[in-house]
Ligand binder design. Sequence first.
Ligand code: SF4
Ligand code: SF4
Length: 295
Amino acid sequence: MPAPYTHCVDPVILRYYYKSLLPTWLPARFVKAMLDTLVKRAVRRGGSRSLILPYLEICITPRCNLKCRHCANFMQLYDQAEDYPADTVLNAFSKFLDGIDYLAKLRILGGEPLLHKGLAEIVDFCGKHRKIGRIIVVSNGSLTPDGDIIRALRNAGAQVHISNYERTRKRREEVTEVLRTNGIHVLFTKNQQWKDYGRGEHFAYSPDKVRAVFKKCPIHCKTLVGEEFHICPRSAHGTILGFIHKREEDYLNVHALSTKELTRRIIRLYNTDHVEACYHCNDKAHALLLPPGEQ
Ligand code: SF4
Ligand code: SF4
């Protein structure tokens, strides 16, 4: 089971968190000395008492212009996908952020987020929010961002992570060139290989086995989809699509809870030992490798 996230002990994340609390006009030398002291003190006492999350992804649309046969997030199964309106995304995300103290890394994804007309507005919001550290937009590399999105990415200091699919190689090089020319940092996954978690079929695991599947799973990509927070995108989209049973304890609706209750439920979900969706993942996935982005 992953370590509880109530007490962050990662010095790098703690540094970013404390830095976000300090006024920006302080002299750099003073900031460095203060951060050294605060981080050392937090690590010595077993971590920060603030709720610092290392990672969250927000899915702003299930629409995608590719239909990867083995998309782990089940996007290929949406027949009539629609974008989540920017105000729905931002209201839910804003409420979620009220329930925590800091989010170290945010990934904005889809489907394909560049299809969303409100992407620039969403990136603008994230770039100005003091509780958010690093911002990454994940794209399949087949679309060139327009001027408004480029401006928003640059202002927010956001990075773009482009998937390494053979099919989009030429286009990806053009898109990368545009982004780099505009001063935006581009990331790639080298030697990317996909694991075959299955198409969502149910496996009859015992209670112990399903916990073992969860424990071994490298995904655990905490996800906000619409107004719902899930600990895994397969849980979010599998329940939306209706082939995974939706259990109360596997997700939360950010608008249904007070801020205090939201914090309590986020911590509980971060410390779960499995979700219903784990019954729909192949425990042999690590040995079943697939070419990325196959259509
Ligand atoms: S490009 Fe990404 S989101 Fe779209 S279908 Fe492929 S894996 Fe899924
Ligand atoms: S459903 Fe469970 S086992 Fe499957 S990817 Fe998500 S966390 Fe991992």
